[in-house]
Write a protein that binds this ligand. Structure first.
Ligand SMILES: [Zn+2]
Length: 160
């Protein structure tokens, strides 16, 4: 089963002034973090695919997902012999600078990182693959949280 989240947001149609529905999805596909967005207007029939592919969605899409589903928190549980494998995963997944990755690794092993459930599941799976015990929980994470600024897959999209 693939992890994913969906949210529908309404907006004003640029064509007819009616109400459009923008459906956005974030999901794990082909071992990457993907998102897509489709817009449709039931008044004038306008439809369009805004985006479909790997990467971190723009802030408004992430905000809509977070507002609809709440944030998830990822933590590395148990004592870590070294932060090196965590740093490797973070840099591979997010392309973070070493200092940002250090800060995130520190957060992961203490209070955890928060983001959308899909992002945290994606990062958690990468950590587990390296033998790191990672736990994802959904719920109130406002206190002392570190908000990760999205996750961008390290490698470029391939078209086939
Ligand atoms: Zn319309």
């Amino acid at each position: 089963m693939e992890t994913g989240q969906t949210v529908r947001v309404t907006a004003r149609c640029s064509e007819c002034g009616g109400t459009t529905v923008r459906q956005v999805n974030q999901f794990i596909h082909c071992d990457d973090l993907w998102w897509d967005a489709e817009i449709s207007c039931s008044t004038c029939g306008m439809t369009g695919c805004e985006y479909s592919g790997p990467g971190t969605p723009p802030d408004d899409v992430r905000d809509a997902l977070l507002a609809a589903h709440g944030p998830a928190r990822l933590r590395v549980v148990g004592p870590l012999p070294s932060l090196v494998p965590v740093l490797k995963v973070l840099r591979e997944v997010s392309g973070a600078s070493l200092s940002d990755a250090r800060e995130q690794a520190d957060g992961l092993s203490r209070i955890g990182l928060t983001g959308t459930l899909t992002e945290m599941e994606f990062l958690g799976a990468r950590l587990r693959r390296r033998g790191l015990p990672a736990d994802v929980e959904v719920g109130e994470t406002d206190r002392g949280r570190i908000m990760i600024q999205g996750i961008t897959p390290g490698r470029a999209a391939t078209s086939d």
